[in-house]
Design a protein around this ligand. Structure first.
Ligand code: GAR
Length: 224
């Protein structure tokens, strides 16, 4: 009897909104740039565009509304239950705007990625584009990192650097940063699914070698 072909890695994506990063990953899977399957998309908000994007791609789309839960712990426990039902190899936070409990982050340590719109460790938290402009930064960007207990604090995988222009406002800067998000997130997911990107004891590794503390660097000015 012939052995069954090994299953492709299963990716579960968590969203809260529009889902343009989700779309970039869907497109990369469809184009076979990522050799994996998206087993489900879960949103903590009902009726967001990202859920429709999942349905349009034939992916199971689930809402788990955090306002139905009385505590962060209760919501995260239910979310764990839901996620584990799909047995994903990778959990991708794509604009999932929730602070996560330690129980949640520990459960998926080493198999959960996040994208954050700043050059971490700068500007953890919210309003990153406004803060970069107000600080007079000449460079801004976006980071993909492994998720740990520390908010926006896990080991970095890849960053894309974007120039801040003199006439930028938070919206124009965010648009330019998002173009880079849609390049680096599918790339990081691809590396993980190929087994090239791994995590060991708080450290991100590429092909078995520790990545530098700022991860891989992509400078959008070089591709302009
Ligand atoms: C993205 O810009 C992502 O970097 C940001 O939310 C947006 C979601 O957009 N994430 C965070 O701010 C996480 N702290 P999308 O729904 O169109 O992918």
């Amino acid at each position: 009897m012939q052995a069954a072909a090994p299953e492709k890695p299963q990716i579960l994506v968590l969203i809260s909104g529009g889902g343009t990063n989700l779309q970039a990953i869907i497109d990369a899977v469809k184009a076979e740039q990522i050799d994996a399957e998206i087993c489900a998309v879960v949103s903590n908000r009902p009726d967001v565009k990202g859920l429709q994007r999942a349905k349009d791609a034939g992916i199971e789309a689930v809402t788990l509304d955090h306002t139905d839960y009385t505590s962060r712990e209760a919501f995260d426990a239910e979310l764990i239950h839901l996620i584990d039902g799909f047995q994903p190899d990778l959990v991708v936070l794509a604009g999932f705007m929730r602070i996560l409990t330690a129980d949640f982050t520990r459960r998926y340590e080493g198999k959960m990625l996040n994208i954050h719109p700043s050059l971490l460790p700068k500007y953890r938290g919210l309003k990153t584009h406004l803060r970069a402009i107000q600080a007079g930064d000449k460079e801004h960007g976006v980071t993909v990192h492994f998720v740990t207990e520390e908010l926006d604090g896990g080991p970095l995988v890849i960053q894309a650097i974007v120039p801040v222009l003199d006439d930028d406002n938070p919206i124009s800067l965010a648009e330019r940063v998002q173009q880079q998000e849609h390049i680096i997130y599918p790339l990081a997911v691809k590396w993980f699914c190929e087994g090239r990107l791994t995590y060991n004891n708080g450290q991100a590794l590429m092909d078995g070698q520790p990545l530098p503390s700022s991860g891989c660097q992509l400078d959008s000015r070089e591709n302009a």
